[in-house]
Each structure stands twice: as C-alpha cells, then as structure tokens.
Design a protein around this ligand. Structure first.
Ligand SMILES: [Zn+2]
Ligand SMILES: [Zn+2]
Length: 351
C-alpha cells in the first residue's frame, strides 16, 4: 500500500522540483491535504476536498503505485526541472493518519482520558477565540482543568499581553471560575520568551499566581549550541513547563541545537515539566527525544498549542508521540487531577 506519509513526501518533493508558480503551489496544497488527512487514502474513493483539481492526474498516478519504491520512481518521471530530494525538516513527523492509528492502537494512553487541556491561546494574544469560547471547547472535550497561556508582549509576539492585559485576563479567568469552575477550573498561565541569556521576558513580580510556560521563539535558525540558554531558563523562578523545546517547524526548520541529556537532567532536577507540543507542524519533541527525557526522569505536559477551539484536538498528536516513546500515563500531568498544580504553589489558589 501507499501510505499518506509516502504520498505526501512525493508531493512535497515534486513541488520543490518546480519553480515558484501555480503548479508548485497546487502540488504543495496536495501534499498538505494528504499529510493532514485523518485516514489513510489507500483504497479510499473520496479524496480530501483540499486537493487541487489540476493535480488529480498526478494523484491518480501516485496512488496507483505499489509501495514506496514505486512512488519514488513515479515521482522521478513526473519531476520538474529541479532535482527531487528529501528534507531533514520533514523527517520524524507523524501524518494525521499515523496519529489516528497510533491512538487507536492504544498502548495505555487514550486522549479521551485527558483531564487537563494545557497551553492554548485566546484573542488576548494571537488566538482566534475568547477565553470563554476556548474554555467551553475544553469542557466539550472532557477536560476538568485548563491552563490558558497567552504570549507576553516581548520580542516573540507584538500582540502579547502587557501588565494591564495580564490583569484583565486574570479577572476574566476568575469570572469563569466563579461561574463554571466546578466543571472546568481554569488557571492563568503565560507563554514567556527565554531571552538570549536564559532569563525570561517577564519580571518576577508578574509571575505571582500564574503558570509560566517558557519557550524560545528567537534565534531558532542559528546552528550554535543553546544548552546554556535552556538550562538557565529552567532555573528561573516560576517556570512550570519548558515549551516546544526544539522550536522545530515542519518543512521550515529543524530547530535549535542543544545537549538534550543535559537539558533534560536539568528539567528533572528543577521539577520543570517538559512539553510535548501536539500542534501538527511542531510535534516538538519527537519520540526519540521524549524517550530520552523520560529516561532522565522528566515529567511531561501535553500541549495542543491551540489558537482556535478546533485546535484543542491536537493534544491527540502529543498523546501519539508519547505512545511511540512508551511513556506511562503517570508521567504525564494532563492525565492527573488539578490538585497537582497546587504543589508548592499556594499563590495559584487552586481549589
Ligand atoms: Zn510558542
Ligand atoms: Zn503557544
């Protein structure tokens, strides 16, 4: 059979073999349509509607192949003027169909048992929905606690929260919890920037009563080693989770370089959770590094990194990545109750 992974990769390579233009764009759209389709297309009659019409003959030819080698050979015949080649920035990502299969196979981790929906954004920074709409969507997915983590206004996000915005959101969170906290308790978090020297872009006074999700969003394309920057950030007061540690982005960049054994040992030592970001274009960490972190004694936070209510389902991708790394549910904060957040943090006022 031809898997969506092989089919999508053939379309990515074909797209890159053509100069910029309509055809290249159509091939790229087809690649993403296949990559994001929740079912394997092998034997399916209806293609995703997002596959452009002009590439249907190419699609038919590739789908008619038997196996990966035949797909590669067919792609060679269809290639444009540039050479076909793979890219390390596309390696080690699960297609949506692979996520569905891994989740269905189980392995002890079931997204339906997740209790905490963590790391999501609202209109207060770069999200598409209000806090209320996101909280209601968390509830519909069966969560009993949630952590909203809008960006701070630093280098990484011009639309981020300033001190006044943080205070306004604090009131909105309190209002939700007064009315509906028994169904879903929301805790205010902040996605803060790890600066060049490993400090954070928020003063200590602004860290009271919030959970900090710390991440690197700048200098991601640089090839220098960033171990020191990460290790210093892990020691900053109030850091709850190290978010999307590598900063990789599908088909765009491989992410930062670091000595991950040292970083994970420091996270375990500091009691900082290591995030598994399920946003399909991030998938950060990948299973190999998740297993390394697990071996170092780290605990994990699964994040959808949702910027829209629909994106909350991306925590299933994080579940699939952890399943592949054979992580137990006890090591994942989202499968536990709310009260673990309160440990050592009386300022959070968790009930
Ligand atoms: Zn981020
Ligand atoms: Zn985020």
């Amino acid at each position: 059979m031809v898997s969506n992974a092989d089919l999508a990769e053939a379309f990515f390579q074909l797209a890159e073999s053509h100069p910029p233009g309509e055809l290249r764009l159509a091939l790229l759209r087809a690649a993403y349509a296949v990559f994001d389709n929740p079912r394997e297309l092998d034997g399916v009659r209806r293609l995703p509607e997002t596959v452009p019409l002009e590439v249907l003959p190419t699609m038919a030819m590739l789908r008619g192949c038997r196996g990966r080698d035949a797909v590669a050979a067919a792609a060679h015949r269809l290639a444009g003027p540039h050479r076909l080649r793979g890219s390390p920035t596309r390696e080690g990502f699960l297609t949506a169909a692979e996520v569905s299969r891994v989740v269905a196979d189980g392995g002890g981790l079931d997204p339906r048992h997740l209790r905490g929906a963590a790391h999501w954004h609202t209109r207060a920074s770069d999200g598409a929905a209000t806090l209320e709409a996101m909280a209601r969507a968390c509830l519909r997915r069966g969560a009993t606690w949630g952590v909203v983590t809008d960006h701070t206004r630093g280098l990484a996000c011009v639309n981020g929260l300033d001190a006044e915005g943080i205070e306004l959101q604090r009131r909105a969170v309190a209002s939700w919890n007064r009315r509906r906290g028994e169904e879903l308790w929301v805790v205010q978090g902040l996605e803060v920037e790890i600066l060049e020297d490993g400090r954070l872009d928020v003063p200590r006074t602004a860290r009271e009563g919030v959970l900090l999700v710390a991440a690197i969003h700048t200098g991601l394309a640089e090839r220098r080693d960033q171990t020191g920057r990460l290790v210093r950030a892990l020691q900053e007061p109030g850091v709850w989770t190290l978010a999307h540690p590598r900063g990789r982005l599908f088909a765009r960049r491989a992410g930062i370089r670091a000595n991950w054994e040292v970083v994970f040992a420091a996270a375990a030592e500091a009691g900082v959770l290591v995030e598994v970001n399920g946003f399909p274009r991030r998938q950060d960490l990948d299973p190999t590094l998740i297993a390394l972190a697990g071996g170092a004694g780290c605990r994990f936070l699964l994040a959808s990194d949702a910027h829209h209510p629909r994106h909350l389902a991306f925590d299933a991708t994080a579940v699939a990545l952890c399943s592949q790394a054979a992580i137990s549910r006890e090591a994942i904060a989202n499968f536990g109750p709310l009260d673990h957040l309160a440990a050592g943090r009386p300022d959070l006022a968790v009930p």
